[in-house]
Design a protein around this ligand. Structure first.
Ligand SMILES: [Zn+2]
Length: 98
């Protein structure tokens, strides 16, 4: 954040950010157990075959119920095939040799 504001504005910016972080923390502390940020109980993010939202409770810490847990996106690391890397190395050697 510091890079985006002049030195004379740094204290003011810090106060604004600190004030907003306190408000957010207070809001989160006041939320009852078992409700999301909107104050409602969490609901499965999937839709049924009829197109209506799934009414079931998601698994703890998840966005989907047991029936729809297969829809949960997983962000696994993608490995670049070794052959592609070898091809680049070979092409570079060819270019530098020429
Ligand atoms: Zn569901």
């Amino acid at each position: 954040m510091r890079a985006y504001f002049s030195v004379q504005d740094q204290l003011y910016v810090w106060r604004v950010i600190d004030s907003n972080m306190r408000l957010a923390t207070t809001f989160l502390d006041q939320l009852p157990e078992g409700v999301g940020l909107d104050g409602r109980p969490p609901q499965c993010q999937a839709h049924t075959r009829k197109g209506t939202p799934c009414q079931r409770t998601p698994l703890p810490g998840r966005d989907y119920c047991p029936s729809h847990k297969h829809l949960e996106e997983t962000f696994e690391s993608v490995e670049i095939p070794l052959q592609a890397g070898e091809m680049v190395d070979h092409e570079l050697e060819t270019l530098t040799a020429a």
